[in-house]
Design a binder for this molecule. Structure first.
Ligand SMILES: [Zn+2]
Length: 259
């Protein structure tokens, strides 16, 4: 049976982060993802350290979600450089927070074949890994499985990056559902034999092109996904990304405990 750390996406503003984490702790949360999706908003080193210490004391494992404005396969070299800089900033602050993982959206196809794109993105990851190592940041780069069919980040594409660079990964099960029209549990299990999994989940609306919106997770979807995870033997951090991420995490945790 897997072991799951449940937690929501987002810890709130610098001012509210510690009290939010305390509230999460009271609810039994064991994880939380810091959202730098619109920028690295924790500017002071002292604040990052303070928030990280509070999380540690509460037994909450932090991770970071990097900026939406990232594309490691842009046709413009400057945009790739800017993307790497953004992700590395997340690594730097993430390290101060005591976060173990920086989740990022790897990039767009930009009209290229999957193979070519993989080469380019791999290059970017390897470069960033060198800097992370040099700076002694204790943090792992985790490209995410993406929910839109025109975005690089299928199950196999992410698994390929992991194989080729030794990076971490984020399996977004809602994205899988949106991209493939089903959860593809078997394929996921095969593609990610690693013991430690970083998972995103929520309800999702989708169409032919994949992901449209994240929604509150229907109970039935929780049950399907938790049953799958229960049947494995993994150490899972499960970040809920629904519009009610905290309430929904509590629901998921209860279902996990009762089934
Ligand atoms: Zn994401």
């Amino acid at each position: 049976m897997s072991n799951i750390k449940f937690g929501p996406t987002g810890i709130g503003s610098v001012k509210d982060a510690v009290s939010n984490l305390e509230a999460y702790g009271k609810l039994g949360m064991k994880a939380a993802e810091v959202l730098f999706t619109y920028g690295v908003y924790i500017k002071n080193k002292e604040d990052a350290i303070k928030i990280g210490k509070a999380a540690k004391k509460l037994g909450i494992q932090l991770s970071v979600h990097s900026q939406y404005w990232v594309n490691l396969n842009s046709k413009e070299e400057e945009k790739i450089e800017a993307s790497k800089k953004r992700i590395l900033k997340c690594c730097e602050v993430g390290h101060l927070l005591g976060a173990r993982r920086v989740v990022f959206h790897p990039g767009f196809y930009s009209g290229m074949e999957s193979e070519q794109v993989a080469v380019k993105i791999r290059e970017g990851i390897l470069e960033m890994q060198e800097i992370v190592k040099k700076e002694k940041w204790d943090i792992e780069l985790c490209p995410e499985v993406m929910g839109k069919v025109n975005v690089f980040g299928s199950i196999d594409e992410v698994a390929g990056l992991v194989r080729d660079t030794g990076c971490g990964f984020c399996i977004d099960l809602a994205h899988v559902l949106a991209r493939y029209g089903k959860y593809e549990f078997d394929a996921i299990e095969k593609a990610f034999p690693q013991k430690k999994w970083h998972v995103h989940f929520s309800g999702i609306e989708y169409g032919e092109k994949g992901e449209k919106n994240h929604i509150v997770t229907p109970i039935e979807e929780w049950k399907k996904v938790l049953k799958f995870l229960k049947g494995l033997d993994k150490e899972v951090v499960l970040i809920c990304e629904s519009p009610d991420a905290v309430g929904d995490s509590v629901v998921g945790m209860k279902i996990w405990e009762e089934n």
